[in-house]
Design a protein around this ligand. Structure first.
Ligand code: HEM
Length: 416
């Protein structure tokens, strides 16, 4: 593998959506870090890639020059995805000062203390999901656990009917792994789902109750109620940002533990280690490998001049394996400390849902190790995403285990 064009110092062949990147991403990132930390590719209209920890962190902190907006200097669509998503996700694709009141509004609703009060509901949904398969001795890590749990919980957290969890979970998962040329019917379904959420927001406005949607329709920014379109864009981001990311890291973590019996036994023997191990899974598997920015002014990174309007990809995945920051970065070290990974981003846009994501990941790993400790992955049937440009995940991961007993008789709400 050579990603370098020998004629210049910064030009590389790099596409984070390519199948090669899905297979060899860690090696490609290591080569970039070593030989071309500020690299330019012509893929997707051309963009820069920052791969060293210090550069990624400095760029993410410098939100004045490295903008996240869907529109920057009058140009749209831009935002944090390369190639850009047609519809802006908010507030992730806004910049200060317009961005700041939205973030201020959302911060207390996602605080560590509030997220902690939700933890028993997360564990409840994990156990309900495991109950559906525990007597059978077989399940799919994606379809039966890691995809349903974030959706079931998030419906409750948002105040959406929990019976609809499957529609939300299924579309968020499929739209990520389906190749762009086959995505059209899914986009239609996606828009229908958003249409349904739009109606629910309008209804909630008349009669607010519990959940984030009610909190948002009650809220005001600059003395005005938050427009339904803005509430919808925020709810959309909570689902798009919170579902498949959490699914991906959970499945990667559980596959790793199934394939590494010593590590699995260590966590079974010492469940108190699970939160720290999950932090390491977040670093090592970096479910959202990279996000983009657009330059609002010329910037020098190392000795390379980047220009106004240039697109820049911040590789969280590469930063997380930077050998100058992490000892043995290519190894999973269950009790790694400190672990200053970039998985949830850095700077003003740092992930609002990180406490919820951690709570879901820890609960799923804990309950699987407690209730089906000998699970084995059917590697011949397990399928990875062929492109990890947006999420580093698995389409399916079937597994078998010694059957156990249900804890309750509650069925999964709604229909699949
Ligand atoms: C392991 C799971 C997750 C990962 C890896 C992840 C990753 C990220 C990253 C990297 C950012 C920063 C984006 C940037 O700098 O441009 C972000 C922002 C965000 N995330 Fe997460 N996320 C996860 C789970 C969640 C969950 C569960 C929720 C909601 C319940 C959520 C909601 C958000 C929101 C609303 C933002 C935007 C914050 C802002 O723009 O101020 N995320 N996430």
């Amino acid at each position: 593998m050579t990603v370098f064009d020998e004629q210049t110092t910064t030009s590389v062949e790099f596409d984070h959506h390519s199948e090669e990147y899905a297979v060899n991403g860690a090696a490609i990132n290591a080569e970039l870090r070593a030989k071309c930390p500020v690299a330019h590719t012509d893929a997707h209209g051309g963009f820069w890639v920052l791969s060293r920890y210090d550069d990624v962190v400095a760029a993410a902190k410098n939100d004045e020059a490295f903008a996240s907006g869907h529109t920057v200097n009058g140009v749209s669509p831009l935002g944090v995805i390369i190639p850009p998503a047609p519809v802006p996700m908010l507030p992730i694709e806004m910049d200060p000062p317009e961005y700041t009141p939205y973030r201020k509004l959302l911060n207390p609703l996602f605080s560590p203390a509030v997220s902690k009060t939700w933890a028993p509901r997360v564990t409840k949904w994990v156990d309900v999901c495991i109950d559906q398969v525990i007597e059978k001795g077989s399940f799919d890590l994606v379809d039966d656990l890691a995809n349903p749990v974030p959706s079931l919980f998030t419906c409750e957290f948002l105040g959406l009917p929990v019976e609809d969890w499957y529609d939300y979970a299924d579309i968020q998962h499929k739209i990520i792994y389906t190749p762009p040329d086959e995505r059209e019917p899914l986009l239609v379904r996606y828009m229908e789902t958003l249409g349904r959420v739009h109606s629910i927001i309008e209804e909630t406005r008349k009669n607010p109750g519990e959940g984030l949607i009610s909190d948002l329709v009650r809220a005001e920014i600059d003395g005005e109620p938050v427009a339904t379109e803005m509430v919808l864009a925020m709810v959309n981001l909570v689902m798009a940002g919170g579902f498949d990311t959490t699914t991906a890291v959970t499945v990667n973590a559980l596959i790793y533990l199934a394939d590494n019996p010593v590590a699995r036994q260590q966590l079974i023997d010492e469940p108190g280690m699970i939160p720290q191990a999950c932090e390491e899974f977040l670093r090592y598997f970096t479910p959202q490998p990279a996000l983009a920015r657009t330059l609002t002014k010329p910037v020098k990174v190392r000795d390379v001049e980047l220009n106004t309007g240039d697109r820049v990809l911040l590789s969280w995945a590469s930063a997380n394996r930077d050998e100058t920051v992490f000892e043995c970065p290519e190894e999973v070290v269950l009790d790694r400390f400190p672990n200053r990974h970039t998985t949830f981003g850095i700077g003003v846009h740092r992930c609002l849902g990180s406490h919820i994501a951690r709570s879901e990941l820890i609960a799923m790993v804990t309950r699987v190790l407690a209730r089906m400790p000998d699970y084995r992955i059917d590697h011949d049937a397990a399928t990875r995403y062929t492109s990890i440009g947006v999420i580093n995940g698995w389409i399916n991961a079937p597994a078998t285990f010694t059957p156990g007993k249900r804890l309750g008789d509650e069925p999964l709400p709604g229909a699949r």
